[in-house]
Write a protein that binds this ligand. Structure first.
Ligand code: HAM
Length: 468
């Protein structure tokens, strides 16, 4: 290549490089330009949805107390725990609870899932338990099969004290027994359970018969209400056509006035339903349970047959129109067959946990405190902290409830924390104890301290604390 051409190329290369460098500097300069300050919005905070609540630590003792007592009661009465999914096919409740009920027509949290299935958050659990009984062929087990459950239910209702959109129920379902003794046992369970919690209970009871005797009664009821149609609320005008029994359940003041003189279903019960109801009442009388016969009690779910009942906390004002029932239930002899099983009698009930807790508080009923920690482990210095970490785990493995502070607070602060936690003993591990292979056991009440062999800490604490 001639020398001239070579030089030309070299010059071009360095010109290119120069241009590149200038561009890079420009970019850098641009980066260094002060960024125009954008107004950054503070992240929004979130709240629970309307009608839904967090259950905070301060509430725990109530929840644990009521749930544990209910579980022990249920086991003593021969009920076994069942858990069903919170999400179910919407059609299950349409069919079991009834399309014309408020629960299904107004209050279901239902939606179409990613697989195009119509699903909903369960509004109650009886339908789910029956679905499970049929799905798992439990009709082949010795009958009755007795279930106990606890869990959240969802209803899109107007929230107010004691009425939530997510609430919790404790429930019993006894499937496969037709005897009135089963209805009475369930009522007796609730009566004893609420009494044991310290709550006085009013039991309202009725029989709404079977589909056979109910038909004749419905005609009588419709005739009575048809003459008073113009005075009924909008919902009741619809109920007159679609679900006449619900007319007796309306809480609107205007409609309540007509209830008084409405025909009573007990006068229309067939012999079988009448005998069954008398049987239930006799068992209750036998066991000393007091109840009110309430001919207008019909309940808000369509699956009931024969016995229906509700529980209220004792209140001088009576129960008419009250919407704060602590629980309710009844017999549902047609539901198993209606959900694809063999004809099978059944009976059950559910209690609202939030409402029970509300009553416990209103009545200032003392609830035992939750278990307090047994031991606080205070440590001073890096080495002590490492050694105490292992010791804490050993103590926990041996059944002790141990608390500690992982930050580097001084002994005074840690003893203050131990006092606040209400522990009986604090173990103190400082640098000296690490070197000596010992640990200090401090009795919090009197402040007496003793030094023990570090390797025998668990044995020493076992002598001092009797674990339940
Ligand atoms: P339920 O009467 O609809 O019956 O509900 C039972 C209890 O759940 C009520 O008495 C009340 O304590 C509580 N409850 C209902 N709705 C709410 C709400 N929105 N907020 C707070 N608590 C509420 C049933 O669910 C039937 N499955 C009971 C049953 C079981 N029948 C036969 N087996």
């Amino acid at each position: 290549m001639p020398k001239k051409t070579k030089l030309k190329m070299k010059n071009k290369k360095s010109a290119d490089q120069k241009a590149k460098n200038e561009k890079a500097v420009k970019v850098l300069n641009k980066v260094e330009q002060p960024i125009k300050e954008k107004k950054i919005k503070a992240p929004r905070s979130f709240q629970t949805l309307k009608g839904m609540k967090d259950i905070l630590a301060s509430e725990n003792k109530y929840w644990e107390y009521v749930k544990t007592k209910a579980k022990n009661f249920a086991l003593n009465y021969g009920y076994e725990a069942i858990e069903t999914p919170i999400l179910e096919e919407t059609a299950l409740f349409n069919r079991a609870v009834g399309n014309e009920t408020d629960i299904v027509s107004k209050e279901m949290f239902s939606f179409v899932d990613q697989g195009e299935e119509n699903v909903c958050l369960r509004p109650e659990a009886t339908a789910s338990v029956v679905r499970s009984y049929v799905q798992h062929g439990m009709l082949n087990l010795p009958q009755p099969v007795k279930f106990f459950y606890f869990g959240p239910m969802f209803r899109y209702d107007r929230p107010q004290a004691g009425r939530l959109r997510m609430f919790h129920q404790i429930g019993l379902e006894a499937i496969g027994e037709e005897s009135p003794i089963m209805d009475a046992e369930i009522i007796f369970f609730v009566y004893n359970f609420l009494k044991d919690l310290g709550l006085k209970t009013v039991i309202e009871i009725n029989s709404i018969g079977c589909p056979k005797c109910r038909e004749a009664y419905k005609t009588k009821l419709v005739n009575y209400y048809r003459d008073r149609k113009s005075g009924l609320c909008e919902d009741c005008q619809k109920r007159l056509v679609k679900n006449p029994l619900r007319l007796l359940d309306c809480k609107e003041e205007g409609c309540q006035t007509y209830k008084e003189d409405a025909p009573q279903i007990v006068d229309w019960l067939c012999d079988e339903c009448k005998n069954h109801f008398v049987g239930v009442l006799e068992y209750l009388d036998e066991s000393g349970v007091t109840y009110n016969l309430n001919p207008r009690l019909v309940r808000g779910l369509d699956y009931y047959t024969k016995t229906v009942f509700e529980f209220f906390s004792d209140n001088a004002d009576g129960v008419e129109g009250r919407q704060d029932a602590l629980g309710g239930g009844g017999r549902y002899d047609g539901l198993v067959e209606y959900l694809g099983g063999r004809p099978t009698p059944a009976c059950g009930m559910a209690l609202g946990l939030e409402r029970i807790i509300l009553k416990l508080k209103e009545n200032n009923i003392e609830i035992p405190a939750l278990r307090k920690p047994d031991i606080f482990l205070a440590q001073l210095g890096e080495q002590a902290r490492k050694k105490s970490f292992i010791l804490i785990e050993e103590l926990r493995k041996s059944g002790f409830y141990v608390v500690h502070s992982c930050s580097k607070k001084g002994l005074k602060k840690q003893l203050e924390m131990a006092n606040k936690d209400g522990v009986k003993y604090t173990l103190i591990l400082g640098q000296k104890e690490v070197i000596d292979g010992t640990i200090i056991v401090r009795e919090m009440e009197g402040g007496a301290q003793e030094i023990v062999d570090f390797n025998k800490t668990v044995q020493e604490m076992r002598k001092k604390i009797i674990l339940q």
